[in-house]
Design a protein around this ligand. Structure first.
Ligand SMILES: [Zn+2]
Ligand SMILES: [Zn+2]
Length: 239
């Protein structure tokens, strides 16, 4: 019985989407070049990926100027887009954003390459300020791995949801605490991601959708609709 349901859900949501992935050099903690990431995801049968390179004070300070940081950040995205063409992989622009106010990370979707300078300037102001800066744009802010050590739960009013399942093997995500918090706060969107940094982690946690999200706008639509499933390893989870 369960097997039949599982098969039905898999058929219903055939598209595999990685919501959390990094490349170097924009994320120096990653060992993926654009080419290897595109190749690896395609081999895993993944149809779309949100590239969510780190964007915050630590990474900004690795560069001599704002311009140099933004140039590298954009260049990683463009390189992945280019590499992905060979593999029929859709690349969606995302960021993993950290503000000066604390060590929290946020997956942000719906911002564009042309917004990078504005985002850079908003890092100092914190999450509440960032919400105001982008109040007129349809962006999605999901707190990433909210219970990693050193992080605190953000004000739920400022969030669209949270990445409750984070499958990066390097940290303990304390998933049980995140899951409870998300329930208590009734966070509208629950997602998961592989937080992919190195070959071998691909496909650990995927979003399963009915149709391929061609851009951030359609991905946001799917997430807001709740019409998706999550895949953790070979298991299907309904959010
Ligand atoms: Zn990283
Ligand atoms: Zn990450």
């Amino acid at each position: 019985m369960i097997k039949e349901y599982k098969k039905k859900i898999e058929e219903c949501y055939p598209i595999r989407v990685e919501l959390h992935a990094h490349t170097a050099p924009a994320s120096p903690c990653s060992t993926f070049s654009a080419e290897i990431l595109a190749q690896t995801l395609a081999r895993e049968g993944i149809h779309a990926v949100a590239l969510t390179n780190h964007f915050g004070p630590y990474h900004m300070n690795l560069f001599p100027s704002k311009e140099a940081f933004l140039e590298q950040y954009l260049s990683d995205y463009l390189a992945l887009k280019e590499a992905a063409k060979k593999y029929d992989l859709t690349v969606i622009f995302g960021i993993e954003l950290r503000f000066s106010e604390n060590k929290n990370d946020y997956l942000v979707l719906g911002v564009e390459e042309s917004d990078l300078s504005r985002i850079y300037d908003a890092v100092e102001g914190g999450l509440a300020h960032f919400r105001k800066v982008f109040a007129n744009e349809d962006i999605l802010i999901l707190q990433a791995h909210p219970d990693r050590d050193g992080m605190v739960h953000a004000d739920a009013e400022l969030l669209d949801g949270a990445e409750i399942f984070n499958l990066y093997p390097g940290y303990n995500p304390h998933t049980a605490i995140s899951a409870k918090w998300a329930k208590e706060e009734q966070l509208p969107i629950i997602v998961g991601g592989s937080d992919l940094h190195h070959p071998g982690g691909e496909g650990a946690c995927l979003l399963r959708t009915r149709e391929r999200p061609e851009n951030a706008e359609t991905l946001i639509e799917v997430l807001r609709s709740g019409d998706y499933a999550l895949q953790i390893g070979g298991s299907i989870v309904l959010p």
